[in-house]
Design a protein around this ligand. Structure first.
Ligand SMILES: *[C@@H]1O[C@H](CO)[C@@H](O)[C@H](O)[C@H]1NC(C)=O
Ligand SMILES: *[C@@H]1O[C@H](CO)[C@@H](O)[C@H](O)[C@H]1NC(C)=O
Ligand SMILES: *[C@@H]1O[C@H](CO)[C@@H](O)[C@H](O)[C@H]1NC(C)=O
Ligand SMILES: [Cu+2]
Length: 385
């Protein structure tokens, strides 16, 4: 197929006539380049006699939320609601608030927060976590598709009206209703303020309008959300609250932020630190930014954030950006690991290694980080477009 300016004209017209969606050609080209590198790499492995069960011919493909049909989106949110309705595997004597299979995942994240963020295992832990959740949707709730992702840059101009947050039956539910609130203190340095937006209260539209978050809060950032005597284990059912923020998305999660991240950093330490945020300098990084585009409770709470189901679309994109970055230079980046085993090395700890074990508790078998570095090896067989 040949592309001419004439063929592209409607596309360009759409992008100027409306603020939605923004073009994401630059990251898409990097993704395509990574995909070709991966294909070349697999052929080289084949000739070297390395056994490969996952090939680009049989791999699953994860796609952007906005490119899914309405029926595909509905089948995804139906499966999420199903997981929320299945009984928990977590021991209710240890975690009385874990009522559902969904809560098994939420509690696992709460329990390990201080050793899976700002650490060597941040990317691999969340890759395995997201994949295990995708498998639960497929194997326990009959979902036929794969984990969708949320390409932040595509919807950065107006996230509240994006297919993710527009509140339709085919969205991930909408903004919270307006509830007056103060700044959201997104960064631990308290040097910043996400200005209050049009939401702040409970979501009241879309598939999750009646869903409850059962655990937490543990470290709330939405003003007025009080701490209950609670270490994340007690039953504290409440609505999902959001304050969708274009202030955050336009500043810190643009298409340019994402391409700069992928092309500007060659070491894993620089890449993952920039992705997570340089808090002392008021830089969110796309990871923190994505969490604070929806913000609220539980979304703005580093422990409890998976309680908002949009978490998994956000971490799909985090994983995709890592995948794109790895595939720009597979030889040097596939197994690159850096950082320690405590959040921003506090308290000081040893370096993480590829032989460290990742545990997702009741959700999945333990596994070494080494087996989580490629999305087309180990337990995995998926790519992104
Ligand atoms: C919480 O984490 C600790 C340490 O990582 C682990 O030993 C414990 O089994 C976890 N608790 C649950 C209920 O998963
Ligand atoms: C949380 O608090 C409960 C009740 O105080 C306690 O039994 C439990 O061990 C605590 N769990 C953790 C992970 O600290
Ligand atoms: C994201 O882009 C904005 C606007 O160009 C810039 O101010 C900010 O420093 C960028 N952040 C990162 C982490 O690149
Ligand atoms: Cu996390």
């Amino acid at each position: 197929m040949r592309f001419s300016t004439v063929a592209l004209a409607p596309l360009l017209a759409v992008s100027t006539a409306s603020s939605l969606p923004a073009l994401t050609i630059d990251t898409d080209i990097l993704a395509a380049k990574g995909f070709l590198n991966l294909a070349t790499y697999q052929i080289t492995q084949l000739f070297a006699g390395v056994k490969q069960t996952c090939t680009l011919a049989n791999t699953a493909v994860r796609r952007e939320w906005g490119t899914l049909s309405k029926a595909e989106r509905k089948s995804y949110t139906d499966a999420v609601l199903c997981l929320m309705s299945k009984p928990a595997r977590t021991d209710s004597k240890v975690v009385p608030g874990a009522k559902s299979r969904y809560d098994d995942f939420l509690y696992t994240h709460i329990n390990q927060t201080l050793s899976i963020h700002g650490t060597a295992n941040f990317l691999s832990w969340h890759r395995y976590f997201t994949w295990t959740y995708e498998q639960a949707l497929r194997n326990e709730c009959g979902y036929q598709g794969y984990q969708p992702y949320w390409n932040w840059g595509k919807w950065a101009n107006d996230p509240a009206n994006s297919p993710i947050f527009d509140g339709s039956d085919y969205s991930m539910s909408g903004n919270g209703v307006f509830q007056a609130h103060d700044c959201t203190q997104a960064l631990p340095t308290q040097l910043n303020c996400v200005p209050p937006g049009a939401g702040g209260g409970c979501i009241n539209s879309g598939p999750f309008k009646n869903s409850k978050v059962n655990l937490g809060p543990v470290s709330p950032t939405l003003s007025g959300v009080g701490l209950v005597p609670n270490n994340g284990t007690v039953y504290n059912p409440r609505c999902i609250r959001r304050d969708v923020s274009s202030w955050v998305s336009t500043r810190y999660a643009s298409e340019k932020n994402t391409t700069d991240l992928i092309t500007g950093y060659t070491t894993i330490d620089d890449f993952q630190t920039t992705m997570q945020g340089d808090f002392a300098n008021g830089e969110y990084g796309v990871h923190t930014a994505g969490h604070f585009i929806a913000a609220g409770d539980p979304g703005g709470d580093i422990f409890t954030s998976p309680g908002d189901p949009v978490f998994w679309l956000h971490h799909g994109q985090i994983d995709r950006v890592w995948w794109i970055w790895q595939n720009q230079d597979i030889k040097n980046r596939q197994n690159a690991i850096g950082g320690t085993i405590t959040l921003n090395n506090s308290p000081p700890s040893r370096d993480g290694t590829l032989d460290d074990i990742i545990s997702l508790g009741v959700n999945a078998p333990d596994i070494k980080i080494r087996d989580l570095m490629s999305t087309t090896a180990g337990p995995f067989c998926y790519v992104y477009i």
